[in-house]
Each structure stands twice: as structure tokens, then as C-alpha cells.
Design a protein. Structure first.
Length: 670
């Protein structure tokens, strides 16, 4: 079993810490080496997931085998003898969960086919940790579900059914799944909740009020809170017990700033919510059912950031132990003194990384799992033995990556032209003089989400390894930095949002980081849109552009998408508010669409699209290329017919980023 290297971390982290301190010296040595292979950055992970069992005595993990498929293995943390327990010759295992200390569930994917070639659903399977009692719970073939050949004729659920939540009762063999219901336009209407016994496949259905889109289940396996959505209105319901009636506790516009959103129903009987309490940013609070109000004092509040994180419970003690959350990077706030001490001991051994600790849900035991990473290092999973204070590697996502050759990343803030402070992440190539560098402004998609956080990123590190500084602005409209920053981006496609991106490049030039004659703009989805508009609006600033899966005609988004990736609800209520009304704002949407600005784009452009993209159909790329190809001979068009909204296949990623490397070298390289 060579898949599971168990060895001391001492040399690895002593070396990485030394190289962090002496990056210039390391770069001098690295300069003599050949460039890191594109494949090393864009391969599938060697180890994709490591999960600790409820007792904390065993781990389950996803590993890439020599057969080219991802399989599942389990291992006792005492004797450390791994065992492959589930795998397929024509599919890859994904999303593993411990049902109890002896049983797991998992889904299935196929990493060897692109989106356009996928013919099967994810399914759901169950197996014991020794590989016995394998059962299929959910079909993979679309169509009517069928029954097994057993005497009782237990039902294998329809392929549209998916895993939703664990049943946290000790030794329960059940999990919760959801089955979508659709309206006449095939838009999601609601999610029907069911529990399924992973041994008998017997199911139980639950009903909720309205068009339920999400459920919160308590530690006794009882659905207690639901969120329903209808006609752009979000409603939150609560009930005190399994047989109690549902009562509405909040109703608000789906896209406006809200009083609170339910996060989790804890084993301590507390409803934890994310709320503003009159502030611009959200924090973590408890909800008081007696007063029907959010408590005044937050549990976790991070200045300048919305709360985004997870709660860590001891289900045996019915106690909240800690909260993991995101500011510029991931952090953990421990309320439990014993867990604080474990974190201190782990951080002492791994001073150069963020170390996220997970415990078994039955409480702190001898072993914990540590997920370590930094801007230089991809995720590495280890086990920490509290009795012996030893730390042993289980596996890493990208073990071929040499941390000594990776580039450091910092969070910065710069003023936009109207004075707004814009957060951004700046990565500078290793060993560079840090001045007058060729630079790529990498624009995130969405756009109404947070683009990134501090950590290792394949695209960023690949570009930095080729000598480019990388700047990732969190322009207005990005989430995570308060409602005002988010709302400032409403109806600002191609306008103030675009100006923020240009101002990011100008800031890098004015501070001496970027060479003004060698700045390129790049991005996918909305980032692709911003790339095209950047070339149109700021041709003197951006010398070239790379756009993939780009929106090229905003108006097309209101009438052209495949499937339910852009729901009718989002098109009716969300897009007119956040992007623009197709009637009232028709002129603005026309003028800020790249397809209507091709006469202004004269810079070199690498343009790529997936032929099976359901979110931004390839029609966007095709009509844009048709409109520009005779005006600008420096546009290179690439289509990957079976790919979707992003590149799922390793071969596609390698081919695309090889093209990116050659394109950048010819435009802004040395």
C-alpha cells in the first residue's frame, strides 16, 4: 500500500520554514531548475478527502490509485494499516461521510469524462469500513427507480436524490437525503427530505411548509427549521418538536439585507444564526425562541468581514467546542480550553501553515486530523496523537509541488477612484526583485461571491512560477466584506465594478510592483466578461487578455441558458435587481455587453469556451468571436466541445494553461 506515506514532518517543515525565511536564496537555486510541469499544477488530487470516524479511531480517505481511479480506503489510527474498501474500474468515488463508526456512505463521479459526456448521476452507496455489506441507495441511471431483488423489495431511490445530512444520533445507521421537485418550467420548486437506513434501505419522508429549499435537523434526527422560497420571498419556519406545528419566524425579500439566516441546529438545542443586528457585516449569534429574536451578543464577530464558517460540536457532551471562520484566511476560535491546547501543540509543530483540526463527533479522543496548508503548500492531511505528540502524514493533495518554488501571497487594500477601499490578494514570483514585474490581473467569477482567500491556488501559483505577479481584486459586488460593499456592485457590470479592476492595475503600477507596459487581464465566467470589457474600456492599461466561459452579451443571459443553471426565479427577481432590468435598463445592458464593443478591442486575446457550458452557453463565445474576428486578427479562439463551465478534465486544463503560458510569453513575457 504505497498510497499512504507515513513519515516524520520534521524535515519537510524545517525545509519549508527555512525557505520561507530565505526566499531570495531559494530562488537563486530554483532559477537553475527547469520550469515546473503544467501537469503538476492541474492534475487531480492524490488525496482528496480525509474524514475521521465518530470515535476518532479510524479515518476514511479518497486516494488516486495507480489504476487512474479514485477509491476509498480506511485505516485504524492505532495500527495504521490502510485497506482499500470500495472502488470502481469505470468511476471515481466522491464525497465520503461516516454514518457511524462502522459504516460510511459515498457518491460516485467520473473524472475521465467531461460534462458533455456525462450520462450518469452521482448515486449514493453505503459500505462498512471493512468493505462488507455494500449497498446501493440511490440510482445512477436517470429514469424511474427500480427495486432490488430482495424479498422485501426495498426501493433504490431515484437518480435525482442526493445526500443531504448525517443523522447525528449515536450508532444510527441512517442518513438524510433530498429529492427535488420541479415546476412546469423545470425550475427547482422544493426539496423533499427523507431519511434512509443505509442497511435496510427503508425510507421515511418529511413534509415542510411552503416550497422548502433547505432543512435544519436537530441532534435527535428531527427537522426543526426550514427555509422556503417563493416569488422572490424567503420564509423561515420553526417547530418545537416532531409533532408540533410549523410557525413562521421570519419573512423577507430574497435579495435584500436580512435580519438573519439559520446556520445550524446544534446538539445543545440552540439555533445558531448568521445576522447583522443593525451592522454592515454579519456575525454568528444564537437565536432566542422565547423572545423570538436574535440574541444581542455575537459568538464570533470579525471586523470588516461577514461571518462565513462552520461550527465544531462534541455531540456526546452536546457542547459547542469551537468555530472555524474566514477573514483574510481561515482561522479557528476555540471556546473549549482542551481544544485550545491541542491547537497550540499542533501549531508549535507546524508553524508555517494554517492548521485546521477536526475531531470525531463523539468528542475529543486520542487522535485528531489536521488539514495543513499555506500560500506555498497545498493541503496536507496528518494525524496528531495527543498521547505521544507525534504528527504523521496521511497524504497530500499535490505531493509533487515543491513548496520551496512556490510564491508568497499577501492581502492588500487599495483605494478605488471614488475612495472605496478594495481588498485584493497579491502574489509575487519567488526570487523576483518585487518591482516592475509583468503582471496578470486575475478576475474572479460570480460575480456575487468572494473570489478567494489566503492559500495555495493552482492558477495563481502556475502564473507566478512563470514569473508573473498576480493580483486578485475583490471588486465591489463581491461578498464577504459587508452588505454595503456587495450592494455597491448592483447594476455595475462594466461600470464601477470594471473601474475597480482597472484601479487595481493602476495601484500595482503606481506602487512600482507592475511594469506598466506588461499588464494582462484574465478570468473566467464573469471574470471573462470583465476581461473583455477591460480590453474595451482600458486598452492603454491592459496589453492583452485571456477570457474563458465569458459572458459576452448580458441580454442573452435573460433568454438563453441550458437546463436550470440559471433559474427562472433568479432571472425574474435576482438579475433585474443585481445586474439590470432587461426593459428599464436595456440601453445600459446593451452598452456594457462586450459583443457590442468589439470595435474597441484591438489588443491580443485568448478566448476559450466549453461546448457543454450550461451556465454561460457557448453561444456567448461564438457570437463574440464572429463579431470580432474580422476586426482583430490577434484573437485566438479555442473551444472544448464536451467541457462545461470550467475545465473538468486534466487534459483540458493542461492544454489550456499551456496555451496561456505561450500566449503570455509572447505578449508580456521577458
Amino acid at each position: 500500500m504505497s498510497y499512504f506515506p507515513i513519515f516524520s514532518l520534521k524535515n519537510l517543515f524545517a525545509r519549508s520554514f527555512f525557505l520561507i525565511s530565505l526566499s531570495v536564496a531559494a530562488a537563486d537555486v530554483g532559477a537553475q531548475k527547469s520550469a515546473i510541469a503544467v501537469e503538476d499544477f492541474f492534475a487531480n488530487p492524490d488525496v482528496g478527502q480525509v474524514e475521521l470516524s465518530p470515535s476518532g479511531q479510524h479515518v476514511a480517505m479518497l486516494i488516486a490509485t495507480k489504476l487512474g481511479r479514485v477509491q476509498m480506503a480506511t485505516m485504524s489510527l492505532v495500527d495504521r494499516t490502510p485497506k482499500l474498501i470500495a472502488g470502481f474500474s469505470d468511476a471515481d468515488i466522491s464525497q465520503i461521510h461516516w454514518v457511524n463508526d462502522d459504516r460510511l456512505v459515498f457518491g460516485v463521479a467520473d473524472h475521465n469524462v467531461a460534462v458533455g459526456e456525462k450520462r450518469f448521476a452521482q448515486g449514493l452507496y453505503a459500505v462498512n469500513r471493512d468493505g462488507s455489506e455494500f449497498k446501493q441507495l440511490v440510482e445512477r441511471v436517470w429514469g424511474p427507480a427500480f427495486t432490488t431483488g430482495t424479498t422485501i423489495k426495498k426501493r433504490v431511490m431515484d437518480a435525482s436524490t442526493s445526500f443531504y445530512s448525517l443523522d447525528y444520533r449515536k450508532n444510527s445507521s441512517k442518513v438524510f437525503v433530498v429529492e427535488p421537485t420541479w415546476d412546469l418550467a423545470y425550475d427547482l420548486k422544493s426539496l423533499r427530505l427523507m431519511s434512509v437506513d443505509t442497511k435496510t434501505i427503508l425510507t421515511e419522508s418529511f413534509s415542510g411548509p411552503g416550497n422548502t429549499r433547505s432543512w435544519l435537523i436537530d441532534a435527535d434526527g428531527v427537522p426543526r427549521v426550514t427555509v422556503s422560497v417563493e416569488d422572490g420571498i424567503k420564509k423561515i419556519y420553526y417547530r418545537a418538536a416532531n409533532t408540533a406545528p410549523w410557525s413562521k419566524i421570519l419573512e423577507h425579500d430574497l435579495y435584500q439585507n436580512t435580519d438573519f439566516s439559520p446556520l445550524e441546529f446544534g446538539p445543545d438545542g440552540v439555533l445558531y444564526v448568521v445576522a447583522t443586528q443593525g451592522k454592515d457585516t454579519t456575525s454568528l449569534y444564537r437565536y432566542d425562541f422565547e423572545k423570538n429574536a436574535v440574541e444581542k451578543e455575537p459568538i464570533v464577530s470579525v471586523a470588516g468581514y461577514d461571518f462565513h464558517g462552520d461550527l465544531i460540536f462534541d455531540y456526546s457532551k452536546k457542547k459547542l467546542l469551537g468555530v472555524s471562520f474566514l477573514n483574510d484566511a481561515h482561522s479557528t476560535y476555540w471556546l473549549d480550553s482542551e481544544m485550545k491546547e491541542v491547537q497550540r501543540r499542533v501549531d508549535e509543530k507546524l508553524p508555517a501553515t494554517i492548521n485546521q483540526i477536526s475531531i470525531g463527533r463523539d468528542g475529543l479522543s486520542r487522535f485528531v486530523i489536521v488539514m495543513s496548508y499555506s500560500d506555498l503548500q497545498p493541503v496536507v492531511y496528518s494525524s496528531f496523537d495527543r498521547e505521544t505528540s507525534t504528527l504523521d502524514i496521511i497524504g497530500g493533495e499535490y505531493p509533487k509541488i515543491d513548496v520551496s518554488r512556490m510564491a508568497m501571497q499577501d492581502m492588500v487594500r487599495f483605494p478605488a477612484r471614488d475612495g472605496r477601499q478594495i481588498p485584493a490578494y497579491l502574489t509575487l514570483p519567488t526570487g523576483a526583485m518585487k518591482k516592475n514585474l509583468p503582471m496578470v490581473v486575475l478576475v474572479h467569477g460570480g460575480p456575487y461571491l468572494r473570489g478567494t482567500s489566503w492559500g495555495w491556488n493552482a492558477q495563481v501559483q502556475f502564473l507566478a512560477s512563470r514569473g508573473y505577479a498576480v493580483l486578485q481584486p475583490e471588486f465591489r459586488g463581491s461578498t464577504g466584506f459587508g452588505f454595503e460593499h456587495f450592494q455597491a456592485g448592483w447594476k455595475q457590470w462594466g461600470l464601477a465594478m470594471q473601474d475597480d479592476i482597472a484601479d487595481a492595475a493602476k495601484w500595482a503600477i503606481n506602487t512600482g510592483v507592475a511594469d506598466p507596459s506588461r499588464v494582462c487581464i484574465a478570468g473566467g465566467s464573469y471574470g471573462g466578461y470583465a476581461t473583455l470589457m477591460g480590453l474595451a474600456k482600458d486598452a492603454d492599461l491592459f496589453k492583452c487578455g485571456i477570457a474563458w466561459a465569458a459572458v459576452t452579451d448580458i441580454r442573452l443571459m435573460y433568454r438563453s441558458n441550458w437546463g436550470h443553471d440559471l433559474s427562472a426565479e433568479w432571472q425574474k427577481y435576482g438579475m433585474p435587481l443585481l445586474i439590470g432590468d432587461p426593459v428599464k435598463d436595456a440601453e445600459q445592458l446593451r452598452d456594457t455587453s462586450p459583443v457590442n464593443n468589439t470595435h474597441r478591442i484591438a489588443r491580443p486575446l485568448l478566448l476559450a469556451h466549453g461546448g457543454s457550458d450550461r451556465r454561460v452557453p457557448i453561444e456567448h463565445g461564438e457570437i463574440f468571436y464572429k463579431a470580432i474576428k474580422d476586426k482583430n486578427p490577434q484573437v485566438e479562439w479555442v473551444s472544448y466541445l464536451e467541457e462545461g463551465h470550467g475545465w473538468g478534465l486534466v487534459g483540458t486544463r493542461v492544454d489550456f494553461w499551456n496555451k496561456v503560458e505561450k500566449f503570455l510569453q509572447s505578449q508580456i513575457g521577458k
